[in-house]
Design a protein around this ligand. Structure first.
Ligand code: TRP
Length: 333
């Protein structure tokens, strides 16, 4: 019964792609069995980039539907929308009083975003790690699954939690630790552009919710090379990437077949790409169908969000009451 608590937030921008799926979402789905999980859609965080109300709403719905379609189970994990649990913004306010300009300005994600959107360096951007800390510690999280880009933000959350504990001479907040998946759980999905990994900002991603025509187009455009000229020669990075993708979505004998062709210098990359595209489509098709079904079922989405927010509010309010006691707020009525 006493499972460790895990918290993770997902920004409602963009679609899930094969990279997120194999890198993170598949692991969330596994974690919900062994941990007390809180997964939420970080819609307040997304305000730093000033979305229109329409885009914000559509983004939240899409992400929720996509995570549910991938197998996040609201019966096992608490899945909710950040803005439905206003307690977190109250804790954020308290934490802000002990978050210092210098340390906030020094975070790489702040510097990075300030560089990317110099016309919109708002205070929300500066205090982004404080809100993120509040998200995590309001549920007394023990673990946070984070990718490389969020490591520093988690480090800040650890700092703010420890600082609050020390100031108020308490142990109200456990110090959250990064949750890292071991090697075999992490499948790194390469990009189609000849290098690196698949990512939204890299502009090389294939979304789970992508239609087959577009998948074919993207795969057919993938970077390759001029082809092997000697038997059993090593593969270039671009071609290796195609094989890696194929290993992820295709049957073993299909990969063997193309590997054999490559080694005998008989490969035609066009044929390999056609096969790869069809296998990606076969893999994503059931997920795409499920996303559509869920998106159409407004009542189901509403039920998930409502029940998630009820559970999250209960947990958040409990912590917040302890925090207010510690701070010295005492109602006069
Ligand atoms: N900052 C995270 C991102 O950009 C999203 C996020 C918000 C988050 N709050 C969190 C992640 C709490 C983990 C825990 O992806």
């Amino acid at each position: 019964m006493n499972k460790p608590t895990v918290v993770s937030g997902i920004r409602p921008t963009g679609f899930l792609h094969l990279g997120n799926y194999f890198g993170a979402v598949r692991n969330f789905v596994r974690m919900q069995n062994d941990y007390h999980c809180f997964f939420f859609i970080a819609d307040i965080h997304s305000l730093t980039t000033h979305p229109t109300p329409e885009n914000l709403q559509a983004g939240v719905k899409q992400v929720l539907a996509e995570y549910l379609a991938c197998g996040i189970d609201p019966e096992k994990a608490t899945i909710f929308i950040q803005s439905d649990v206003p307690e977190v913004t109250e804790l954020y306010t308290f934490l802000n009083m002990n978050a210092y300009l210098g340390e906030l300005e020094r975070t790489t994600s702040f510097k990075e975003k300030a560089r990317k959107q110099p016309e919109n360096v708002n205070a929300g951007l500066l205090t982004y790690p404080v809100l993120m800390a509040a998200d995590i510690i309001i549920h007394k999280a023990n673990f946070v699954p984070v990718g490389k880009d969020q490591e520093q933000n988690l480090e800040m959350a650890r700092k703010f939690a420890g600082r609050f504990n020390r100031i108020y001479n308490s142990e109200v907040f456990p110090i959250p630790r990064p949750f890292t998946f071991d090697g075999k759980d992490m499948i790194k999905v390469p990009g189609l552009d000849g290098s690196g990994k698949m990512g939204k900002s890299e502009g090389n991603a294939i979304n789970l919710y992508e239609d087959p025509k577009s998948i074919r187009k993207k795969v057919m455009r993938a970077v390759t090379d001029t082809g092997p000229t000697e038997q059993n020669s090593p593969k270039s990075e671009a071609v290796e990437n195609l094989f890696t993708l194929m290993k992820i979505v295709s049957k073993h004998d299909v990969v063997e077949h193309f590997d054999g062709l490559y080694n005998r210098c008989e490969i035609r990359y066009g044929d390999m790409k056609k096969q790869l595209a069809e296998d990606i489509i076969a893999f994503t098709n059931p997920i795409r169908t499920r996303i559509d079904e869920i998106l159409k079922d407004e009542a189901y989405l509403a039920k998930v969000a409502r029940e998630g927010s009820e559970k999250a509010c209960e947990s958040a309010l409990k912590t917040l009451n302890e925090v207010k006691q510690l701070i010295g707020f005492k109602s006069l009525f």
